[in-house]
Design a protein around this ligand. Sequence first.
Ligand SMILES: NC(=O)c1ccc[n+]([C@@H]2O[C@H](COP(=O)([O-])OP(=O)(O)OC[C@H]3O[C@@H](n4cnc5c(N)ncnc54)[C@H](OP(=O)(O)O)[C@@H]3O)[C@@H](O)[C@H]2O)c1
Length: 310
Amino acid sequence: MSEPVPKPVTASTRLAAVWGAPIRHSASPAMHNAAFAVLGLDWRYLACEVEPERLAVALEGARVMGFCGVNLTVPHKRLALEMMDVLDPSAEAWGAVNTVVFEAENAEGVWTPVGLLKNFRGPVRLRGYNTDADAIVRSLREDLLMEPRGARVLLLGAGGAGRAAALRLADEGVETLWLQNRTESKAVELAAEIADRFPAVDVRTGLPDSDVEFILNATSSGLKAEDPIPLDLEAYPVARADAVYDMIYRPSETPLLKAAREAGCRTANGLGMLLYQGAAAFELWTQRPAPIEAMRAALVREVYGTGEPR
Ligand SMILES: NC(=O)c1ccc[n+]([C@@H]2O[C@H](COP(=O)([O-])OP(=O)(O)OC[C@H]3O[C@@H](n4cnc5c(N)ncnc54)[C@H](OP(=O)(O)O)[C@@H]3O)[C@@H](O)[C@H]2O)c1
């Protein structure tokens, strides 16, 4: 079947984007532009390198230029909490913003996503959401066949994505959660928050003293070829886990996933998480059901260069 041809860019084309630093690895443009094309929407999705000290300026620029939506990735998700006009309960609950919806008032004075409005005057406000947290749980279930409820989990990383995953896994009812982060104080702080909000969860910092059902990497170590494995494999051999999930999807097999595969663990990369967080963002911006299969196919092509993941 031939690929749908995107509409030509005109002065009416609606804009969305992902911002981060680094950003060149991002497969989000391929996924979202495929979705716009398949639905015949006159929208485009860009990727821009935005340094954290420029995030507030970039958001102001997008606000005045009529952007409809923005995704935020490393290292913006926590920072952006302070920069939103309104926080959706998802961003409040999971403590990070990965999706911004630009809103203006419609003719009845109701705040509406800008993407649904042909003409609008007056102020634009920024509403921050978190679509990562639900996406990670869905991807763990579908791609790794892992049920968080009652599981023992080692979570690596306590940045925006790690924090959202830790809180969401606690909400799912994991039995024991070990938090390990390069900067230990962040893991300690997050553990205290989980102990307070989810007293039924046994939360600890450092490496487990038992086997675990799965290890989840939410650090950015593995994005670059020279990055170290974010787990001391001598102190905690990866074979002590049944399965390993890495939120990184490019490279499609990080050194951690390779070690896990060689040790006989089930493995999955973060492509499924990217897909589900992106589909949720797409629906918030356009208020249309996301064409999931077209988005998945575009991601697989972009990341693996073929039709098949493995
Ligand atoms: N698949 C998806 O849809 C998806 C969604 C969200 C995020 N992600 C991925 O998840 C990762 C984290 O994203 P984020 O938004 O949480 O980023 P972030 O807020 O910048 O946090 C980065 C985390 O990585 C740790 N880290 C960085 N370099 C490290 C190293 N060399 N060794 C050990 N730990 C290191 C940091 O530890 P410190 O606290 O010590 O700095 C921190 O915990 C990124 O790779 C991102 O691409 C994927």
